[in-house]
Ligand binder design. Structure first.
Ligand code: CA
Length: 336
C-alpha cells in the first residue's frame, strides 16, 4: 500500500472512529435535537456545550437531565482544562459556565450532581468553602470562569431572592455531560446499564431540584417572616409615635394650663398691687385730707410784726380803718 493510500485509510478510520464515538457516547435524544458541532466526546463521556441558552442553575440542570445527563462534572484538572479550552477557543463561551457542583444541601459541603463528594477542586481564592460569610449562604452553585483561567466561582443559583443581594445574573451558559456505558462484553450497546445510570442521574437531578425548591421555599418563608417583622416594627413605630404625640399634646395642655395659671396669678397679683396702690393712695389722700392745710394754718396763725406784735386787719377785726399804737409799739386797729 502506498503512503498516500495508508494516510487515506488512516483518515477514514479516524473519522469513522470519531463518528462512532460520538454516536455511541451521546444519547439519541441529544443527537436528534442538538447540532453535532456543539457535542464533544472526552474520556468516554459526551459533552454538550450550551452557548445560546442562558439559564439558572436549576433550569440548566433540568435541561441536561432531560436526556439522562447532568451538568458537567470536571473532577480532574485534565478534564477541567479540556472543558475550558473547548469552551473558550472552540465555542467562544466568554462568561461563567455552570458545572454540576453545588452546596445546596449543606453549607460549604460541595457535592457533584452524581452524588459524589468533591475530592479535587479548582475554586478561585475567596470562593467555594472560603467564600465570605455574607455571600456563601446565597451562593451555592458553581461555574467555571473563562476570565479567571478556568477557576471556579460560586454564584447565586436562582432568581427571585432578595434583589438587593443579587451579585450577578444567575442565568448562565452551561455544559451537559452524558456518560453511558458504551458496550457490554458482547459488544452491544449496554442501554440497560445506561438507562439505570440515567435513572440514577435523574433521581439525583430530582433531588437537586427538590433541594432547590426547598431552598426557594425557605427563602420565600424568610422573605415573609422579614415582611411580617417589618410590619410589626412599623406598627410598633406608629404606636410609639402616637404615644409620643399624645404625650406631647398632654405636655402642651399642661404647659398651657400652667401658663394660664401663671397669667391668672399675675393678674391677681397685679390686681392686688393695684388695690394696694389705690388703698395707699386713698390713705395718702386721707392723710392729706386729715393734715391741716399749712396755708390755712399760716393764715390762722396771728401774723407778728418785727416787734412781736400781732398785726390786724382792721377791716376784718373791727370793721374800721386806721391804726392805734398801744404801749408796746404794736399796731392795732384804731377803731373809731
Ligand atoms: Ca454556599
Amino acid at each position: 500500500m502506498s503512503f498516500v493510500g495508508a494516510c487515506f485509510l488512516l483518515f477514514v478510520s479516524v473519522v469513522t472512529a470519531a463518528e462512532r464515538t460520538l454516536q455511541n457516547s451521546c444519547p439519541s435524544g441529544v443527537l436528534k435535537t442538538v447540532d453535532p458541532y456543539y457535542l464533544q466526546v472526552q474520556n468516554g463521556s459526551c459533552f454538550q456545550f450550551v452557548k445560546n441558552k442562558m439559564r439558572t442553575y436549576g433550569d440548566a440542570s433540568a435541561d441536561c437531565r432531560k436526556y439522562g445527563g447532568t451538568l458537567a462534572l470536571p473532577k480532574t484538572q485534565s478534564l477541567n482544562d479540556y472543558l475550558i479550552v473547548q469552551s473558550v477557543k472552540r465555542y467562544r463561551m466568554l462568561s461563567p459556565i455552570w458545572i454540576g457542583l453545588h452546596d445546596l444541601r449543606k453549607e460549604k459541603e460541595f457535592v457533584w450532581e452524581d452524588n459524589t463528594a468533591m475530592e479535587w477542586n479548582n475554586f478561585a481564592k475567596g470562593n467555594g468553602p472560603d467564600n465570605n460569610i455574607f455571600r456563601r449562604g446565597l451562593e451555592d452553585c458553581v461555574a467555571i470562569d473563562p476570565y479567571d483561567d478556568g477557576l471556579w466561582h460560586d454564584f447565586q443559583c436562582n432568581t427571585g431572592f432578595i434583589a438587593s443581594v443579587t451579585f450577578s445574573s444567575p442565568k448562565k451558559m452551561y455544559i451537559c455531560q452524558y456518560t453511558i456505558d458504551l458496550v457490554d462484553d458482547k459488544g452491544d450497546l449496554n442501554l440497560k446499564k445506561g438507562d439505570q445510570k440515567n435513572n440514577s442521574q435523574q433521581d439525583n437531578g430530582h433531588q437537586v431540584k427538590d433541594q432547590q425548591d426547598k431552598d426557594q421555599q425557605d427563602k420565600d418563608q424568610q422573605d415573609k417572616d422579614q415582611q411580617d417583622k417589618d410590619q410589626q416594627d412599623k406598627d410598633q413605630q406608629d404606636k410609639d409615635q402616637q404615644d409620643k404625640d399624645q404625650q406631647d399634646k398632654d405636655q402642651q395642655d399642661k404647659d398651657q394650663q400652667d401658663k394660664d395659671q401663671q397669667d391668672k396669678d399675675q393678674q391677681d397679683k397685679d390686681q392686688q398691687d393695684k388695690d394696694q396702690q389705690d388703698k395707699d393712695q386713698q390713705d395718702k389722700d386721707q392723710q392729706v385730707k386729715d393734715t391741716p392745710d399749712k396755708d390755712q394754718q399760716d393764715r390762722d396763725q396771728p401774723v407778728l410784726n418785727d416787734n412781736g406784735c400781732q398785726t390786724f386787719n382792721c377791716d376784718k377785726d373791727c370793721g374800721m380803718s386806721g391804726y392805734k399804737r398801744d404801749g408796746k409799739d404794736c399796731q392795732i386797729c384804731e377803731c373809731n
